[in-house]
Design a protein. Structure first.
Length: 289
């Protein structure tokens, strides 16, 4: 039986703005996202029956229809009339419910992998249209790189890679529901980040400009549920981070840093009081490049 493996990188939000609530119940967003080299690995193997099976070593990952990788496989299978089954093993490294799009990236990697396994020869645009039905972050995770995401997050404009830097991720021991965060967001009280300025800084390769324009309107909501976010941000700056921000709906906080000497101090300092800490690099190019 055929088998293959796909990488599923995490993403961070350099800017996350919510403009208004749409008539369809979704929020209109403007987000700048980039991928980092904290990755899950998706092992896909064709089976002789027609079933879809998903397994993972992480007990917090659902193994049935609630799993986004399962939904991706089922949607692709039904859309193109595939009769063969598939076994999907998810080797988790990205924390669950962390604001890093781990589940969405797993679904995107599953779509990319099955596209190869089943010889469908679909373009990224076609895979993204399928992924949009699963979750708003899936289209971005199909291509990766750095992009402006608008609409519900599914309309993508490619951007250059961000200036080279380390990204230190720290996740408090709590999971956050994205739906709950958006539900509690008060649109009349938020301070909108400078998304246009962030785009200009990325296009110019201006690292200081990127650092000075980090912003996430969801922080104020999640910080009330998890005050440790405020503490983490303060400690990161004390330990030498160039800039800090919560990613997505949280609770993961990330720090940008360029100098290795500061990186070591930052990473070791955080490990002293936070169990889940990673030091990774940004992934500048799109996945298929």
């Amino acid at each position: 039986m055929k088998k293959l493996v796909e990488k599923a990188p995490a993403k961070i939000n350099l800017a996350l703005d919510v403009r208004y609530k749409r008539p369809d119940g979704y929020h209109e967003v403007e987000m700048i996202m980039t991928m980092v080299d904290l990755v899950d690995r998706i092992y896909i193997e064709e089976t002789s029956d027609s079933s879809i099976r998903v397994t993972s070593q992480d007990r917090f990952v659902p193994n049935g229809s609630k799993n986004l990788a399962y939904q991706a496989a089922l949607l692709l299978k039904n859309t193109y009339g595939i009769t063969k089954g598939v076994q999907i093993q998810i080797e988790k490294t990205i924390p669950v419910a962390a604001g890093l799009a781990g589940g969405s990236s797993d679904a995107a990697a599953t779509l990319r992998g099955l596209n190869r396994l089943w010889n469908l020869n679909l373009q990224d645009k076609e895979l993204a249209a399928i992924g949009e039905k699963i979750g708003s972050d899936v289209p971005f995770c199909i291509r990766g790189g750095t992009a402006l995401a608008t609409g519900r997050g599914e309309i993508l404009t490619k951007l250059p890679p961000i200036p080279s830097c380390w990204v230190v991720l720290a996740k408090p021991e709590i999971g956050i529901s994205t739906a709950d965060v958006y539900r509690n967001l008060k649109l009349n009280e938020i301070c909108h980040p400078d998304v246009k300025g962030m785009i200009a800084a990325i296009q110019k390769g201006n690292y200081e400009g990127v650092c000075s324009r980090l912003g996430n309107v969801l922080e104020s909501v999640t910080e009330k549920k998890c005050p440790e976010i405020i503490h983490l941000k303060e400690r990161m700056l004390q330990f030498g981070a160039d800039a800090v921000l919560m990613s997505g709906s949280g609770p993961t906080v990330f720090a940008l840093v360029q100098h290795d000497s500061r990186l070591n101090r930052l990473y070791n300092g955080l490990k002293g009081f936070c169990h889940t800490v990673y030091a990774v690099r940004s992934i500048g190019q799109c996945i298929n490049q």
